[in-house]
Design a protein around this ligand. Structure first.
Ligand code: ADP
Ligand code: MG
Length: 264
């Protein structure tokens, strides 16, 4: 049965996009037909990270606005990787205009359009839809959480990061969980390397405390991704596949996470 995974964090720069791409590549390389949608209207970035083979003319915000008047097929772009397609959001201008001006009824309509796209993509044979979500608590972010069967919450080991996550989870997931069965994971990202037992102990104290709190809220532990210098440098040079597929710890940990996710 096809599934939708929404990748979310309360703050920008946490690693949503990079985790979305890693998850999508890990699924695609197993032969699972996967499509990513850049649903971050505020800070879209997939078009840079994973460039399309040809220049797209229509984008995800067009579909949110117009629904079926836009052919879904026109939005879908192939990537250089087998089994991995993408629907892009171009520049932030269009999405930002929607975020600033559209009222509640427009977002309700946008949710209906998204659900329609989801159904059609499943009918087209996609096994997984990965939504690279927008941070914060906009109607857009909430809609994309509603679409998810599985959500992946990216948390960085900083106080403000996990505090904000806790508030968000308490407010939103309580409602979402009554709507349909779902599984929500949290993933630690950019975890610093420690070299002495004392450093390890300090890190563990923080992480263990928050693991318990997040698990107490019904979230499931997903993975721990290290702050990886080489990975970051490769990304700065647009070497996405190299970054994710080399023996990078990020890619390795994501593969293990996907193994676990597929079993559950
Ligand atoms: N585990 C990591 N190790 C090194 N750099 C990372 C890691 N995770 C993210 N980054 C870097 O942090 C930046 C923000 O990541 P990104 O996935 O774009 O965040 P978001 O989508 O949440 O805004 C990127 O430049 C990325 O290269
Ligand atoms: Mg992003």
């Amino acid at each position: 049965m096809s599934k939708t995974i929404t990748v979310y964090s309360t703050r920008g720069g946490s690693g949503k996009t990079i985790t979305s791409v890693s998850l999508a590549m890990s699924l695609a390389k197993r032969g699972l037909k996967t499509i990513m949608i850049d649903v971050d209207l505020e800070a879209p970035s997939l078009i840079h990270l994973l460039p399309p083979k040809s220049n797209p003319s229509r984008f995800w915000p067009d579909y949110l606005d117009e629904g079926d008047r836009v052919q879904l097929g026109e939005l879908i772009q192939q990537t250089s990787m087998d089994n991995l397609d993408v629907i892009y959001t171009s520049s932030p201008e269009m999405g930002k205009k929607f975020l600033q001006t559209k009222q509640r009824n427009w977002w309700e309509q946008a949710l209906k359009h998204s659900l329609m796209a989801q159904k059609k993509l499943y009918e087209m044979g996609y096994d997984f839809i990965i939504l690279d979500n927008q941070s914060g608590t906009s109607m857009n972010s909430v809609n994309n959480m509603i679409l998810a069967d599985i959500s992946v919450l990216i948390v960085r080991p900083t106080h403000y990061g996990v505090d904000a996550t806790e508030t968000f989870v308490q407010e939103l997931y309580r409602i979402l969980r009554d709507m349909k069965p779902r599984k929500d994971y949290f993933v630690w990202n950019q975890v610093p390397d420690v070299s002495t037992p004392e450093e390890q102990d300090l890190l563990n104290r923080f992480i263990d405390k928050w693991n318990r709190r997040l698990e107490g809220m019904g979230l499931h532990y997903g993975a721990t991704l290290p702050l990886d210098r080489m990975f970051n440098l490769q990304l700065l040079n647009d070497m996405v596949e190299a970054a994710i597929f080399s023996d990078s710890l990020v890619g390795h940990n994501i593969d293990e996470f996907v193994d676990k996710m597929l079993k559950e």
